[in-house]
Design a protein around this ligand. Structure first.
Ligand code: UD1
Ligand code: MG
Length: 498
């Protein structure tokens, strides 16, 4: 029977989220790679629904365009005035008069729900043939939430909201999670009869179970064994709390799958990121978006990777990378910044205080120290010396630089793009290269050195420099003088033959 029922999912996300104190609609606030709304929709992933509706209101345009991005099959339904959760659901159902069977309702601000729990709720609801089944949880701090009031025999009496509860009811720690499965026909009927006689003057969806019970129907309560999944988010302190809980959940899953996480408390892995077996994640590390860390790679400490692939055996230390690809056994950092489209082939190295952008490093190519590599292709085994700048911008447009295979670029060089350094070519330290360097040749652009003897003694007499120079001259004079008879063999190593 359960397989043949039509299912409609409705997510309520029209509320103002006043307590967030934000210009961003509440359900668009983010935790570990998804918005709250995104997490809630993901939690309905195992339900096999015929249609999904999302009730939007405050920030409707923003929420709808986000929805088009993350769940194009879901339909936004506008609730122009926020007259309560019951009114929100009534508005949604009015848009789909054909919907029958089961209606699954979730709130857009409960991002920790497990897809398994949601599916189990729908399954038991349908197999038991209940009029409604709601998800409840026993939590430590029920403040602000609807309480589950039961009869002595344990059956449900009603849900009472914080504002409308007696002191005795407020002591109840079993709360309404805001996830319900309803029989569509009975639900439509009950929603049509809701009143607004309550502390907020709103139509409460949480009044529907008692209404159904009052007309003789059975309402079941499904209590989750993992109460934190039912937690809602009404302000940013709660959001931070939920984010920490989600972080723990995600880290525990990765550790169970064979990842070493040295400091789970400071490791933040988005739900969208992946980590291979035997990877080691050191402290203060964030793996965000579509980041994928390969087997046996080492990442951290102090690393943020955004939409970045790190292949097997690579090492990334104290670095920030966006939209980049770090090949097998490549090394990055400490203190490196990889901007979008940086691609390191196997065994390549981007070292300390190096910034790259739209740059391809061939196998084994090395940029070890203090360099900027923008808009470049660097051949396999090329070596880029310390302080090299790829001068890619002429004030108007960006240009490309090619460095050939096994080329050697000396320290403190400017490669002024567009320019090519051929395979196996050398560039002398301190050069400013503006013309192509043919394969196998050496390019030098610096002016020859001029040395003016005795300049310091003449132009800076009496300075520390002059004194040091004088002492050096005296020592040299002593060394070149013939040995005196008083020399013993003991300090022979200090003698003139040194
Ligand atoms: C609600 C429940 C409470 C439950 C708690 C679980 C009611 C009256 N109370 O309280 O029993 O314990 O959720 O988290 O149902 N919304 C609309 N349109 C509206 C009003 C709200 O779409 O007119 C949406 C909100 O955007 C939100 C959800 O419904 O996503 C819940 O609203 P919220 O104001 O957060 O209700 P709570 O006070 O948390
Ligand atoms: Mg809420």
């Amino acid at each position: 029977m359960s397989q043949t029922r039509s299912r409609t999912v409705v997510v309520l996300a029209a509320g103002p989220g006043k307590r967030m104190n934000s210009t961003t609609p509440k359900t668009l606030h983010e935790l570990l790679g998804r918005t709250m709304l995104g997490h809630v929709l993901a939690a309905t992933g195992q339900v096999d629904a015929e249609r999904t509706l999302v009730v939007v209101g405050v920030g409707a345009e923003q929420v709808s365009s986000h929805l088009a991005e993350i769940a194009p099959d879901a339909t936004p339904v506008v609730q122009a005035e926020q007259r309560g959760t019951g009114h929100a659901l009534r508005t949604a159902l009015a848009a789909v008069p054909e919907a029958s069977g089961t209606v699954l309702v979730l709130h857009g601000d409960t991002p920790l729900l497990h897809p398994e729990t949601v599916r189990a709720l729908v399954d038991t609801h349908e197999t038991e043939g209940a009029a409604a089944t709601l998800l409840a949880a026993v939590v430590d701090n029920p403040f602000g939430l609807g309480r589950v009031v039961r009869h002595r025999d344990g059956t449900l009496e009603r849900i009472v909201e914080e504002r409308d509860a007696t002191a005795e009811q407020r002591a109840i720690r079993e709360i309404n999670a805001g996830v319900y499965a309803f029989d569509a026909t009975l639900l439509r009927d009950a929603l049509g009869k809701l009143n607004t006689d309550n502390g907020q003057g709103e139509e409460y969806l949480s009044d529907v179970p008692a209404a159904l019970i009052g007309t003789g129907y059975e309402v079941r309560v499904h209590v989750t064994p993992q109460p934190t999944e039912a937690l809602g988010c009404n302000d940013r302190a709660e959001l931070a709390h939920l984010r920490r809980l989600l972080r723990e959940r995600i880290n525990t899953e990765w550790m169970r799958s064979g990842v070493t996480i040295l400091d789970p408390a400071t490791t933040w892995i988005d739900v969208t990121a992946t980590v291979g077996r035997d990877a080691i994640i050191d402290q203060n590390t964030q793996l965000r978006g579509a980041t994928a860390v390969g087997e046996g790679a080492t990442v951290g400490p102090d690393v943020s990777l955004i939409d970045t692939v790190v292949e097997a055996g690579a090492s990334v230390v104290r670095a920030h990378a966006v939209g980049s690809h770090i090949g097998p056994r490549a090394q990055v950092g400490p203190y490196a910044s990889l901007r979008p489209a940086s691609r390191l082939a196997a065994g390549a190295k981007v070292g300390t205080f190096v910034e790259t952008k739209n740059a391809e490093l061939g196998e084994g190519a090395k940029v070890g120290h203090q360099a900027y590599v923008g808009d470049a292709t660097i051949g396999a085994n090329a070596n880029i010396g310390a302080g090299t700048i790829f001068v890619n911008y002429d004030g108007v447009a960006k240009h490309h630089t090619d460095v050939g295979e096994a080329a050697f670029v000396g320290c403190d060089t400017s490669l002024v793009a567009p320019v090519t350094v051929g395979d196996g070519a050398y560039v002398a330290a301190g050069s400013a290269i503006t013309r192509d360097v043919p394969p196998g040749s050496l390019a030098v652009t610096r002016s020859p050195q001029r040395t003016i003897d005795g300049w310091v003694a003449r132009r800076r007499p009496g300075t520390k420099a002059a004194k040091a120079a004088e002492a050096a001259e005296a020592a040299e004079a002593a060394e070149t003088a013939p040995p005196t008879g008083s020399d013993t063999g003991d300090d022979a190593q200090e003698g003139p033959h040194r």
